[in-house]
Ligand binder design. Sequence first.
Ligand code: PLP
Length: 407
Amino acid sequence: MAHINQNYLKLPGSYLFSEVNRRITAYSASHPGAKIIRLSIGDVTRPLAPAVIEAMHQAVTEMGTFEGFHGYGPEQGYDFLREAIAQHDYAARGVDIKPEEIFVSDGAKSDCGNIGDIFGLDNVVAVCDPVYPVYVDTNAMAGRAGDYQEELGRWNKLVYMPCVEENGFTPVPPREKVDIIYLCFPNNPTGAVATREQLKAWVDYANANGSVILYDSAYEAFICEEDVPHSIFEIEGARTCAIEFRSFSKTAGFTGNRCAYTVVPMELERDGAKLNSLWNRRQCTKFNGVPYVVQRGAAAIYTPEGREQTRASIDYYRKNAQVIREGLTSAGLQVFGGVNAPYIWLKTPGGMGSWDFFDLLLDQANVATTPGAGFGPSGEGYVRLTAFGDAAATVEAVERVKAAVRK
Ligand code: PLP
């Protein structure tokens, strides 16, 4: 008889977004006239840049010819894209990353989840709390998280690092020894960023303890403040202790196109093995590359037109974030994030629970948010709002929330 991976049976249901949708659907059914504005969506809504579309059209045309046809591509990505990434995302910021250190993939979600394949099951894993659920669930699936404690909303073998108002939503290295550390900046869901000094403390900790930092920088394109680091590799010492994940999803509206990349430096070694070689082996065995047409589209964001057009979309979302942040602040609410990130982390007034405040805003303002408690125990008392919606709808949503809060 075949046996299943028992760890899957320990996973709690994927409660958060299904419960959000269930409540919105139930509310709409009982209030048929209600025009609900969703500030809960974590997906982009603006169309692809014309430069991307043009490049993809050209690539499709090539694929219809004998000379331009592409079958299986290199598992690590085409050179034209790896070189463009090395040059524009790293060299341009003074960071030396070689194309051989870049692995193009179909998503940062897949990479964050799959990276666990190259690590032993006996590692102690630290995650932020609140957190992007993929880091937690994939470790639980592998058997590194122990057992789920329903009443506490956490796994007993994971080390949770509270990200709360007191530490500016950025944790400091723990006193205990942890082996694998997931960091995500700009952060989903809090919208927080880490300073150079904060990241340096993590890099020093990881190098001193032989830990590996898994740095998710999927929202890097939203960084606008001068002194905020865009990459963990801007920090001295990171090449011997960090892996970085980036994505074209939020940078260039590629959520439906699927293209991302992971950087594994050549110097990163554990147990005498190069992690770059292990990841290469893993990808070559289990992954057959991103479609040629999609990679051509991704490379187009590095052309002058592509750069300008994708920047315009980011600016559009950033303006939404500013409208939300300033509008809610003017209503006397306490908000975090939304400056270098598309997420605004709103503290519920009067110590209300996340789900109660979610229900209140849905009912009184017809605005959907995401309850912070769904991202981890320390998310209780917050809701997450996103800047990925339509500008006019965002303005209206903020006015409605202000009116509801005044009441
Ligand atoms: N990392 C974080 C922190 C995210 O919030 C998301 C998507 O919401 C991803 C990764 C997924 O990126 P991709 O679309 O490249 O899989």
